[in-house]
Design a protein around this ligand. Sequence first.
Ligand code: B12
Ligand code: SF4
Length: 457
Amino acid sequence: MPKKKIALINPKNPLREGASLGSLSLATNAAFIPDNYDVVVVNQASGEKIPRDTKLAAITVNTVTARNAYNLSEELRRAGIPTVFGGVHPSVQTEEARKYASAVVVGEGETVWDQLLDDFETGKLEGKLYTPGSFDMAESRLPRRELMGQPFMNTLQTSRGCPLGCDFCSVTNLYGSKYKYKPLELVEEELAPFKGRRVFLVDDNFFGVGEASAQRAKNLMGLLKKANLKSWMGQTSINIANNPEILGLARESGAAGFYIGFESLSESFLDAMSKRINLRQARKTIAIGEYTEVEAAYAGAVRTIQDHGIGVFGSFIYGTDHDTNRSLDRLRWFIGKSGMDTAYVKPLTPLPGTNVYDDFVREGKLFDDTYWMQDNYPVFTFKPKNLSAKDLTRNAERFVGMYNLPNSLWGAAKTLARTKNPEAAFLSGISNWGNYASYTAFRRENSDAIRDTLGSH
Ligand code: B12
Ligand code: SF4
């Protein structure tokens, strides 16, 4: 008898991001599906189609893709194919998600499959809600990456959770306030096929905070070095700049860039969002020349990391009650002046599952409490105190405009000069240009919707 086909689906993303990385969430789940099923991963974000002989569709859903996932699920169910949702959004908007799928999985997915498939086989899937609980990462299996195609960069997860609990982020609420680590032997096994390739560590903070995390990060650098990668990138926080030993080990192991959440130059915003790690760094720093304490702390961290041959990919949030046109002009000036290699400047989007979302709903601040259900995913979801609709759109254009093609090329040359690391230059150039290109395509398709959302508020 032919095996039944299970399609694991990453729905289309209205913001047009992330398609080139494939879905590690799905490849990870695939490893826990018994081999008497024929499993395929379908990345709709890069145009892949769902096979006709699919018997069960399991869809990964985040807030950005929720509406597309709901539409897809309804279509599949009309065609007689049962559907299961998992991922961040159904984990936090569970009752909403249950309206659109046969079954919903809340939280980590690894241990759910035996029960779920048993229910599928016996026709008991409809209406089920699964809450498998916290997964012990020592039980991790090798993700089935062969199902992901050949992404531009291989993704690898070595830890989950974050103790820092920033109010705009759902990671602490979802994955816990303690780091959960994948045993290093398993990480080593996962790294083995990546020799000569690029790797993106999707850990929320591969360095973390505290002595134990620093020690673990050192061991991880040792494995990354041994793996002989072309290069790797990872997400971390500003405190890594205080540890020259780890920066040296990171560079030796092929680090090309760190994503760092600077978030804002405004102390009041950092304070309001509980981004204490940045404030701590600022309070250790003296305002110098044109820089405030926060700016001096950020610029110092950028310089230190670059001096170790690693690019800095800063991320910032704008469009908050703490911003004015002047402060945003200052941010653009600072990004240039500090010499960071890339800056992602995105509007504050209160995502469900975060403290900011709960606060904004309570305060009645959002234009629409379920904005992700709108036909076009909105860029702006509320009106900040000191900025008009026009100010928001103008600033969106200016932040993205910093990375048009000539600027991206010039930026890559500057990264090369600062870091002497061709991989850092290549990856920052590609990221800057990719960001510009995806935003301009999004804007072309959605300009009316952007105007309408803001025009009516
Ligand atoms: C890597 C990453 C990216 C990458 C790649 C995304 C991709 N193609 O997969 C990039 C950089 C492109 C990216 C972009 C964005 N991201 Co992102 N990203 C992540 C990150 C750091 C890791 C995701 C990952 O691969 N984890 C590893 C896998 C193994 O774990 P997992 O996804 O948690 O999946 C587990 C469970 O959720 C469950 N599960 C997941 N899917 C399914 C499906 C089924 C059927 C089942 C049963 C179980 C299940 O099982 C898995 C194993 O336990 C997460 C943070 C995080 N900790 O998850 C943020 C995160 C997912 N991103 C987030 C956001 C906001 C974005 C952006 C909107 C950013 C922006 N532009 O403003 C975009 C949107 C792009 C998109 N396509 O949706 C938010 C989502 C919040 C939300 N409510 O949706 C997160 C949670 C970070 C945060 N700070 O809150 N992102
Ligand atoms: S933004 Fe980063 S540091 Fe803050 S809680 Fe989320 S993962 Fe942790």
